[in-house]
Design a protein around this ligand. Structure first.
Ligand SMILES: Cc1cc2nc3c(=O)[nH]c(=O)nc-3n(C[C@H](O)[C@H](O)[C@H](O)COP(=O)(O)OP(=O)(O)OC[C@H]3O[C@@H](n4cnc5c(N)ncnc54)[C@H](O)[C@@H]3O)c2cc1C
Length: 478
């Protein structure tokens, strides 16, 4: 590696956080030298589409829509794969980059850390992996999901299993449920093992009933409240899962137990980590060290609704943080280091904790604060904390469409009636736009009475006279 020395921005990690940092840095400064290093062999890919590869609906090659080099060449950005930024010096501004061939020290004017996250592995399952590298499975029928290789490995393993083989999915988050759907699509018999009481955060009410009905109707067994479940191995393979409630056989095991921020580089460089364990950042995406920025799953984010710092590893957050980090990094790299201003162009306002997924014919979406709590947990909710209303209604006028149930939950401040969050489950195509609307209403600090009086468009075939969100808000106001 031998690059000309101009203003140099180095970015560690080339996925959602890193690639968006690089692009925005280039948009902001057409001359700066921008170099992305990634420890993996992969160019930028869509991790969010991995479930479709596993289910067989997409080819693994389609995860990488444009090759990294082609994509970045147009922007004059250099991507070096198989190159790990192992350590560095925040004061003297250099990093050490290790490739399979050699190690090299490189100076920078600004550094962006976008090292992402690794799959979370519960202690009971750690024995299935090499202690030093969580990525390396010791059992051939154990799977994690993060990158195209994982997707391909799992897709092939599922395709090779006899029909109706039992598949254990550990963890009932959105990735776990998407793996259940993928296994069903492959003619297998998945079941879910979850330590806690909830599926994708739902533990009671009509929404919970809709999800569990969709799963059990397809023959999926759901084992909730199974802390300490553990794999049983025979001849180097996992053959069953031991739970407090009994032992269930499995031909294939998928671990989908959340993620851990990858902070080794940040820790090496002495950067401050937050209480979540992820890198602590300001709204400008600056870390605790000058001219070092972070973005994506490796760092914390501001929570717009509470003003607190949380860990919310979603692509929707990573790409937005990346843009701010890239812009500010290249500005800070200018001669004399332009101080980063705090106007709206240069700051990430924080997350609204919004996400959506689709599975088993349902769209499941969430935004804002979605647990009832006392005021100690959510100060923004006021003196009496957060309450919720849960209704089951219809997403369309029944006359023109088959019965389409929709569960809506609204969370609000008990004292001020300000909307704090919401969750929606409905048929495909009905929840994503509505959750974006709920997020906007939370951001604009709308109250339930305001929501209940909102005018919304009506047309019999496509938009109901009373939208389910208004129906839910009116339930509280009655
Ligand atoms: C199966 C699946 C489905 C998902 N679905 C959704 C979805 O529908 N919606 C959504 O919003 N989010 C979704 N996500 C989450 C989303 O993919 C992540 O939030 C996003 O990829 C984060 O991007 P990132 O750049 O921060 O981190 P990562 O994607 O983890 O990328 C980090 C990169 O940094 C590299 N790296 C690590 N350490 C170093 C180092 N020291 N030096 C150099 N390179 C390094 C890694 O090799 C990696 O390529 C999904 C994730 C998965 C796994």
């Amino acid at each position: 590696m031998n690059f000309n020395r101009t203003r140099r921005v180095i970015i560690a990690g080339c996925q959602g956080g890193g690639i968006n940092a690089a692009r925005e840095a280039r948009r902001t400064d057409s001359d700066a030298e921008i170099i992305l290093f990634d420890s993996s062999p992969f160019p930028p890919y869509s991790a969010c589409s991995i479930p479709h590869v596993v289910s067989g609906k997409m080819d693994v090659a389609e995860l990488i829509t444009t090759s990294g080099d082609q994509l970045l060449a147009g922007f004059g950005i250099k991507l070096v794969s198989n190159a790990t930024v192992v350590t560095g010096d925040a004061e003297n501004r250099w990093v050490e980059i290790a490739t399979p061939a050699a190690s090299e020290i490189m100076e920078w004017d600004s550094l962006v850390i976008a090292t992402g996250a690794s799959p979370g592995i519960p202690a009971e399952y750690a024995q299935l992996f090499q202690p030093s590298a969580h990525w390396n499975q010791l059992c051939p029928n154990v799977h994690l999901l993060r990158n195209p290789s994982d997707a391909d490995f799992l897709a092939q393993a599922m395709a090779a299993l006899p029909a109706a083989s039992p598949v254990a999915v550990i963890g009932a988050g959105s990735i776990g449920i998407s793996m259940v759907e993928a296994a069903l699509a492959r003619g297998l018999c998945p079941y879910i093992v979850e330590a806690g009481p909830s599926i994708m955060g739902f533990s009671d009410g009509p929404a919970f009933d809709m999800i569990t009905s969709a799963l059990t109707a397809r023959g999926v067994d759901i084992y909730l409240n199974q802390p300490g479940s553990a794999p049983i191995q025979e001849k180097g393979c996992v053959t069953s899962i031991q739970m407090p409630s009994g032992q269930v056989p499995c031909s294939l095991l998928i671990l989908s137990c959340g993620v851990q921020p990858r902070t080794a580089l940040a820790a090496e460089m002495g950067l401050r980590l937050g209480s979540s364990g992820a890198i602590s950042v300001r709204e400008t995406m600056e870390t605790s060290a000058s001219r070092i920025f972070a973005a994506g799953d490796c760092c914390e984010t501001l929570d717009q609704l509470t003003g607190g710092r949380i860990y919310f590893p979603q692509a929707s957050v990573a790409v937005r943080q990346g843009r701010i980090a890239g812009r500010n990094a290249v500005l800070a790299a200018r001669p004399g280091g332009t101080p980063v201003s705090r106007d709206s162009l240069n700051t990430y306002p924080g997350t609204l904790r919004i996400w959506v997924t689709d599975c088993l014919g349902l769209e499941i979406a969430s935004a804002g604060i979605t647990t009832e709590s006392t005021r100690d947990h959510v100060p923004a909710a006021g003196r009496d904390g957060v309450r919720s209303v849960k209704v089951m209604t219809r997403s369309r006028t029944p006359h023109f469409s088959p019965r389409e149930d929709m569960a809506v939950e609204l969370f609000y401040s008990s004292s001020t009636k300000l909307l704090m969050g919401g969750r929606i489950i409905g048929p495909a195509g009905t929840a994503a736009d509505r959750i974006n609307f709920i997020a906007l209403a939370c951001q604009k600090r709308m109250s339930l009475p305001e929501l209940a009086n909102l005018e919304m468009a009506y047309s019999p075939r496509i938009a109901p006279l009373w939208d389910p969100i208004i129906t839910a808000a009116r339930t509280v106001n009655q």
